[in-house]
Design a protein around this ligand. Sequence first.
Ligand code: DI6
Ligand code: FE
Length: 408
Amino acid sequence: MSWDQVWIDVNIATMDPEISAPYGAITDAAIAIKEGKIAWMGPRSELPEFDVLSTPVYRGKDGWLTPGLIDAHTHLVFAGNRANEFELRLQGASYEEIARAGGGIISTVKACREASEAELFELGRQRLNALAKEGVTTVEIKSGYGLDTETELKLLRVARELGKHHHVDVKITFLGAHAIPPEYKDNSDAYVDLVLDEMLPAVIQEGLADAVDVFCENIAFSLAQTERVLSAAKQAGLDIKLHAEQLSNLGGSAMAAKLGAKSVDHIEYLDEAGVKALSESGTCATLLPGAFYFLRETQMPPIDMLRQYEVPMVLASDYNPGSSPLCSSLLMLNMGCTLFRLTPEEALAGMTRNAAKALGVEASVGVLKVGMQADFCLWDITTPAALAYSYGVDVCKEVLKNGNLVHQ
Ligand code: DI6
Ligand code: FE
């Protein structure tokens, strides 16, 4: 056998559903890499002979390997912060009240319109580094803090540059319909026209997005407006997804599912009809415990129903300055379990296998098996449940991206 590197003294949480053990685990395992892909994996006792003189062999000190983590929902390119609104909320103002008074998303929009591409890139790079340190190897980044053509394109270009210059793979989502900008305060339909007639064609022309998202909510876009945007995106061949049922139930999830959305995200207010629609279309349910926690929401997403209908559950940070200023993958694993009562295995699947599905990259990442990209992390833990259990001590020892060591 001729391989580029071999890892031994490891346990592997493959997250491969075809391996029946919890976490798809293989204990006392070995894994071999060739040309950035997994070339062999299995119990150490079955490791075929290979040229030990010319092949680097790494020892994992009996730690655990998992697939590289995937954060499938972030808004990590933004300028400014909203610490002042945090203070207002602590004095009793609600997220919706602040948004209606022209703060909220719109205050971040102002900061983004003023910021240069270089400034936004540097802020994005630092945040990507924070996620990468905790094992993230693939991330989704949305626009949505520009709300005019020039600034939306600027944010998307920054996301694209981050993907080019950082080892973390970046999937990009155009979220022009995130909020109604002040210029269109009394005419949101005209803003939707702008999104469809000017922004979306420009985004497509420059090849700046993999997917399109909308914030379907009373304080943002109606069901009919959302459907217009998602239908156009689908027609243009882009993936679609939706911020839906976060603060109320407008039926956005069921509509998006019928259009073939990859995921619907937040979904605290999702009902059984919505869950059924997701299961029929194979749409993922993305849970965002950071926003639930930070906004001190009390309405729980319908976890039991999602399990019952076997809807793939994704867990993501929703990292953004307003509702989830928490730039951490491991904290989300913990909150997914403590707040939403996921099992640690469900939580990890939500940041690996199911997250890959939500981003349409499941053919290459999200589970560890032969032929997949060698994107994996080595953790100094004794059981995979420890990833969700404890937070704050650095247990991420190595990260490999396409077979290259990238951990700083
Ligand atoms: N829902 C959210 O939680 C974020 N966007 C959205 O549509 C919040 C974004 C923000 O407050 O800046
Ligand atoms: Fe979001």
